[in-house]
Design a protein around this ligand. Structure first.
Ligand SMILES: NC(=O)c1ccc[n+]([C@@H]2O[C@H](COP(=O)([O-])OP(=O)(O)OC[C@H]3O[C@@H](n4cnc5c(N)ncnc54)[C@H](O)[C@@H]3O)[C@@H](O)[C@H]2O)c1
Length: 322
């Protein structure tokens, strides 16, 4: 795809104030796209967007409000939509299922419904998750496995996924779905997530507390690799006739929480107390990781960052910013 693909393209990012949204917004701005951001939060402090905000159109709004969402889409007529807004913190989602279903499920059908029949929309990328698959007998997860979450966050993402697919199957909306494992990198201000929490504990010399038994496995993917995957998919979805399809993005190297902690400790050259293991992780799947074979073979996507390389950049950012 030409280097100028995003030049002057009008793009709506829901959840642009969040971790992934702020990276996507900043990279799209650098590619000269005209970015409109919609988020329930306005100007989150310490965001990586701070110097860039005047180059975006920032709108405060709740995607669970259909009228407002529809008006924004009608007024701005985006050619591409990256739908990332969601309650994305698993523990918070499990504590507040109603708000989670409103944002993640109703919010998704609002976006899709507002795009129905709009010829100016050429591509909609919907952020689903590895959690959408729910527990499966075989690992890694591949895109042909059914989505069947069990716990609230996971179910909200299975629904996001299915609703997106039905809008393609029934109304031919140009939709693709992305599924990632744990995304990490500079700028994630959600300190209940493992990577930011572990780095903060180590930098502040506090004992790191692990909710699980420390042996849960996940794959960790660097945020810029995810943004590259989202952009490649949006650029290629039309020519390669990918509408209605889902893509996993992963570095395919699952690791336990304990091993991840040791790696962060080693890279930060700090010696800290061993983590406190609570063994209290309820309503979470023990082992998960994704196959990225489809994204590699169809999109030509490859991650640029090993876990070490990504963690070095990430730790340096937290060291400077928290
Ligand atoms: N970070 C990960 O590890 C990961 C992994 C897989 C999938 N995802 C998905 O990617 C997307 C982005 O995740 P993130 O890590 O950037 O999360 P995040 O929490 O940092 O960002 C989500 C953003 O959505 C906004 N939002 C929430 N509810 C909203 C609503 N009702 N209306 C408007 N805005 C609302 C929040 O204010 C926040 O800025 C989410 O859909 C998440 O489920 C994330």
């Amino acid at each position: 795809m030409g280097h100028n693909f995003w030049n002057n393209k009008r793009v709506l990012i829901t959840g642009y104030e969040g971790f992934l949204g702020s990276w996507l917004a900043s990279i799209l701005v650098s590619k000269k796209a005209e970015v409109i951001g919609l988020d329930i939060v306005y100007k989150r402090p310490k965001s990586i967007l701070k110097e860039l905000r005047n180059r975006l159109i920032c709108i405060k709004g709740d995607i669970a409000d259909f009228k407002k969402t529809e008006k924004i889409i009608n007024d701005y007529k985006p050619e591409f939509i990256f739908h990332l807004a969601a309650e994305a913190i698993v523990v918070r989602a499990n504590k507040n299922p109603l708000r989670t279903f409103r944002s993640n499920v109703e919010g998704t059908w609002n976006i899709l419904e507002a795009c129905r029949g709009k010829s100016f929309v050429n591509g909609i990328i919907i952020a689903s998750s590895d959690k959408a698959y729910g527990p499966q007998k075989n690992l890694p997860y591949t895109e042909d496995m059914p989505v069947r979450g069990v716990y609230p966050y996971d179910v909200s993402k299975s629904c996001t996924d299915l609703i997106a697919t039905t809008y393609y199957n029934t109304y031919k909306l140009p939709v693709c779905i992305t599924r990632c494992g744990n995304i990490y990198g500079p700028g994630d201000l959600n300190f209940s997530r493992i990577v930011p929490d572990a780095i903060k504990s180590i930098l502040r010399k506090k004992r790191f507390v692990i909710r699980s038994d420390g042996k849960f496995t996940r794959d960790y993917i660097y945020v810029e690799d995810v943004v590259n995957g989202y952009l490649l998919l949006a650029e290629k979805m039309r020519n390669l006739k990918l509408y209605g399809e889902a893509f996993n993005f992963s570095n395919e190297k699952p690791i336990t929480v304990l091993k991840l902690f040791k790696k962060i400790e080693r890279i930060s050259f700090m010696k800290v107390y061993p983590p406190k293991i609570l063994n209290k992780a309820k309503y979470e799947i023990k082992h998960q990781y994704l196959s990225a074979k489809k994204a590699k073979s169809i999109l030509g996507w490859l991650p640029d960052y090993s876990l070490e390389k990504g963690l070095i950049k990430t730790i340096a950012w937290y060291d400077k910013n928290i």
